[in-house]
Design a protein around this ligand. Sequence first.
Ligand code: PEP
Ligand code: MG
Length: 601
Amino acid sequence: MSEIPARIPAVELPEEEEWSADGVGVSPGIAIGPAYLYARISLDIRKRELSDEELAAEPKRFEDAILRAERDLKKIIDVTRDKLGEESAVIFEAQLLMLRDVEMYPAVLRYVSRHRINAGYAVHKVMSKQQLILETSESEYLRERANDVQDVQDRIIRHLRRGRILSSIDPETIVITESLTAADIVLFSRRGILGCATDYGGPTSHVSIMARALSVPSVVGLPAVTNRIENGNSIILDGIRGRLIVNPGKETLKKYISRQARYRRLIHEEKKLVSLPTQTLDGHRVGLEANLELREEISQLKEYGAEGIGLFRTEILLLMEGRISVSEDEQFVVYEKVVAAAAPGCTTFRILDLGGDKLLPMSHRERNPFLGWRGIRVMLDRPEILVPQLRAILRASVTGTTRILLPMITDLKEVRQFRSIMEDTISKMVEEGIEINTAVPLGIMVEVPSVALLAEQFAKEVDFFSIGTNDLTQYVLAVDRGNDLVANIYKDLHPAVLRLIHLTIVAAKAAGIPVGLCGELATNLRAVPILVGLGIDTLSASPVYLPSIKRIIRVMNLKNVEKLARRVLLCNDTDQMDTLLDAWMDEYAVGMSLFIERDTD
Ligand code: PEP
Ligand code: MG
């Protein structure tokens, strides 16, 4: 472990040059303080041949290490349950189970006796194999799960060596590290760290979710920052914009100290809004729902005032299991819990959106996965995956209000085909005497331009629309949503995207069906007045963003934003649009600029 750094007060004038790096902000907030470079102690995993006597004692030594690791994890589970609730403790409960996994525990003992080798080396051999399978998975989510296996492996090996699990972390520091485990972030937050920045990681990682839940401002995906930062460097971490500033100059520091104060004020004020209705000054109501990916987020629904679940990305939860073929019963258990948590609000179950950057139930590679076998295309070809999911959702539908949402629809035929499968499934379940709601509304994601352009036709055949701007933007502007090289061309507030959103809303209104929006655009506060002005019924986003969306809605006037939307629709480029939006923000959203500024400078 590196030396404990000398504490550098945040206000001290830095001598070195200021520089910054942009990553992904996964937990909002602003932290200012000294860097604490956290390097995982590299475990010395030496292969050692055992004498007869040692060989006889090794199983007991291994069991003792497992017992100690269990004690650690139980403590972490208690802390997590206490601070975050049962749902968040699930990660560590899974790690606890790994310790006595039927594939791991006996395999280690077999390896020890067969090769007459120390248990530490055997653990490394056995668990690294499991880790490799996860690391080489096509799914980003499963790749991130490899960290959990690593964490368990490290824990056992440290206990075999009777080493300490966690080196002391200085409180009030910003932890800079290559990557973290979910256990690290729970323990660090207990020690009062200010924030966290990592070289690797994505917004769906457990660490990111825990950081959000524990309110530790965090930025991930900052390649090689650990090589450039030294212990004690003065740091500003902006979890809203996803930026890290190192050795900030006087002016920058001043700006961020005031930004931090404004952020704290905003959060304080927003907390008071949670129980208030989401409506404009003139009483126009807008639905505010949550996008949910993982069980850990269930506890956040009420905390952030979600009225329901606008988008439940079922694939993420199922992929946690590491397999696609999760049984109907297993899915039902999870779905029922989610519906109950969202009640009396509605839960919108999106049918598995596999493909693209998410794991496919077969291993062949596609040249253009985002234009390939994805979403509904996969599901219609694989009834053995679709039908159990559908049955599980229908069974959960008696617990509370539910809806079914289809991803990646491009053609009406897909909707008709799905509807016919759904009708057959319903008839069979009724015949089987299973209690279900036979009238669950069926809607589609509007995320492919063909659907927005033909929205009038689609509106006659579905019960609701949900606009997925993440994909709609990538397909309209022909820009890969996950490719850094073209990230500057990816503009969710592009006039072409807005016109398709407009077409979709107009078609929905004409047909009398509800229309929501569940892409990241809903969290862009500059976009919210336009969306409300265009007539969107519901906005759905990650729970942490809901209070600020509500806040901006509560300062607008419907007539006024309708006028703004009409003017914005006439804009031919983003510059024209920015001018209009800046003026609107200056006039109506003063003091809320913190989140709004995130796309500038
Ligand atoms: C979208 O495409 O906007 C969306 C909400 O779905 P996902 O991000 O899961 O593709
Ligand atoms: Mg999508």
